[in-house]
Design a protein around this ligand. Structure first.
Ligand code: TEU
Ligand code: CA
Length: 568
């Protein structure tokens, strides 16, 4: 923490100080980040070549999406060997060099622990399906047919049943994701010990923690009741409420996490705000923080898109910023490898407003309450991709949903494509745009593994780093501001006008320091009255050239973002 006012304190505003509460985290999806050997696929040496770019942005921690050996049914979230680097990404020597480069730059590295399931090509599963009485038979969840059918009505989050009949073993196995991602049986102590051991393997190399993939799903009610009759409960809320989740996380904390100075962040699809302290209250010794999905999926109904409003968006932000006590910490994110690009999702990716709206969203991300996560390319204002046909999609979730919905004539191809154009995970997986050379400098191959967004000629890192008014430069300024302003980290949050249809304005207050953030989520110029008795003493940062020193009201331009120091 650069701020001198915090150097010596152990608690701030009632919060215990921790390095991961004061960090800004940058997520890398290795397949799409940088290709170093011309095979069209991103790799670890490619990341090494861009560590200075990441360091210069000002972030503190890198979250690396899975780099482990995988057949890539789900781009690495289907692990075949937890102790081997995926061949396309390089070697263990490359990993060791990457970690050295990260440490040399005083950055930290967290890895993606995918332990709810493995690949069906993992040796454990290959053995498990051979028979019902070998040492690996119970590493996964097998059930006999029930009246010749699936054991219950659970569905895969990628479409279709969550049960697959294995002809070799003659039983069904559970897969909450694709058929090539069989769920591990965490009720089996041997499975838990195997996971603890693989965690230690990487921790002993010197990594600084884990992002834990769908970790709340690991415990299942193994009587496997059907879904509750009311179809209002989405499957993820059932899957995230297993009976022994907290036992297994506390055991993991005892056996592994407590032995290292690390951070953990659980991907908590299906966990409510009310359930959050059970997972992250520091006195429970489970996880440090979790990702919620309420904000990034406020416009979602399963795979379907639905309209959203700013008051609804703000209500979610307020609920989370004010809904936890000092013993629980939050994450803040607007995107990752599973979501559309923020400037297309929540901003305005038109040529006229892409830059101000991307900066406006960055202002929200970096002045909110909770550890901010930046997804690769968002610092450039990368946009969604203009998909025109299902054949352009790579994501197994898109392909399986297409099979389950269109090939069964439940919905029309055009209808599903309309939704995918707004919601698909593939939007965030187009290659990072480094410069205006062919394939955006991502690869020298003629054909990258996935299509490069054709707007790379205007939107690329080379241009951004050279342009003082770029989104990248604005992210740099915001990150520095956050690090030098404890109020943005530990300060109280208050929404100034929750019902305003277009302006999101809130304060962050720590002791005598108080800041006002005003964000215009629209193309309309708006006059926004300041709260009674509060004067904006000085403009700290804005995404435009305005110098407006406000007293009683702000005249906000389209997609304006302003940060003012308030005088009490
Ligand atoms: O995601 C879990 C998950 O549920 C999200 O992918 C998303 O909510 C889902 O696509 C439903 O719309 C994690 C990883 O982040 C994701 O990339 C993996 O595909 C998934 O788990 C399985 O490992
Ligand atoms: Ca490569």
């Amino acid at each position: 923490m650069n701020s001198p006012s915090l150097d010596k304190t152990r608690t701030v505003n009632g919060y215990l100080r921790k390095w991961w509460k004061e960090s800004v985290i940058y997520q890398i999806y290795p397949r799409s980040f940088k290709d170093s050997n011309g095979d069209g696929i991103g790799d670890l040496p490619g990341i090494i070549s861009k560590l200075d770019y990441i360091k210069d942005l000002g972030v503190d921690v890198i979250w690396l999406s899975p780099h482990f050996d995988s057949p890539n049914a789900d781009n690495g979230y289907d692990i075949r060997d937890y102790r081997k680097v995926m061949t396309e990404f390089g070697t263990m020597a490359d990993f060791d060099e990457l970690l050295r480069g990260i440490k040399q730059r005083k950055l930290k590295l967290i890895l993606d622990l995918v332990a709810n399931h493995t690949s069906d090509e993992h040796p454990w599963f290959v053995a498990s399906r051979q028979s019902k009485d070998n040492p690996y038979s119970d590493y996964y969840i097998w059930r006999a047919p029930k009246e010749g059918r699936e054991p219950n009505d659970w569905i895969s989050l990628f479409g279709g049943s969550a049960w697959k009949k294995d002809e070799l073993r003659g039983e069904f196995y559970l897969h909450l994701f694709s058929e090539k991602q069989p769920d591990l049986n965490w009720d089996n102590q041997n499975v838990r010990s195997e996971v603890h051991d693989l965690m230690k393997f990487w921790l002993d190399k010197g990594i600084d923690g884990f992002r834990m993939d769908v970790i709340p799903f690991i415990s299942k009610d193994q009587t496997f009741p059907n879904f509750p009759k009311s179809d209002s409960v989405r499957p993820e809320y059932i899957y995230a409420a297993g009976p022994k989740l907290h036992d297994y996380l506390q055991e993991m904390h005892r056996e592994v996490l407590s032995k290292y100075d690390l951070m953990t962040v659980g991907e908590a699809f299906g966990v409510t705000l009310e359930q959050t302290p059970m997972l992250v209250d520091e006195r429970r010794n489970e996880l440090d923080m979790i990702f919620h999905f309420d904000l990034v999926r406020l416009d979602r109904d399963g795979w379907r898109w639905k309209p959203w409003t700013l008051p609804k968006f703000k209500a979610i932000c307020k609920r989370f910023a004010q809904g936890l006590d000092v013993h629980s910490w939050l994450t803040v994110y607007l995107s990752n490898h599973d979501s559309p690009r923020p400037v297309s999702h929540f901003g305005d990716d038109s040529p006229e407003y892409r830059i101000p709206s991307a900066k406006m969203l960055a202002t929200l991300l970096l002045t909110s309450k909770g550890t901010p996560f930046i997804y690769q390319g968002d610092e450039l204002g990368m946009t969604n991709y203009h998909f025109t046909g299902i054949e352009q999609f790579d994501d197994i979730e898109a392909k399986n949903t297409w099979k389950a919905e269109v090939l069964t004539d439940r919905v029309s191809a055009e209808d599903l494509l309309d939704h995918f154009r707004k919601t698909s995970r593939d939007h965030s997986r187009t290659p990072m745009q480094w410069d205006d050379s062919p394939n955006a400098g991502f690869t020298t191959a003629d054909k990258p593994w996935f299509a490069v967004n054709p707007n790379y000629q205007e939107i690329n890192a080379k241009q951004a780093v050279a342009d003082n008014n770029s989104i990248y430069k604005y992210y740099q300024a915001l990150i520095q501001l956050r690090k030098n302003t404890p109020a943005f980290i530990y300060g109280d949050y208050d929404d100034i006008d929750p019902e305003h249809p277009s302006v999101f304005s809130y304060t962050r207050t720590l002791g005598s320091e108080s800041y006002l953030v005003a964000l215009n989520f629209s193309r309309d110029p708006i006059s926004f009255p300041l709260p009674k008795g509060r004067k904006a003493r000085s403009l700290v940062l804005s995404n435009t050239t305005t110098k407006e020193e406000a007293n009683t009201e702000l005249r906000l331009n389209p997609w304006d973002a302003r940060i003012y120091r308030l005088s009490n």
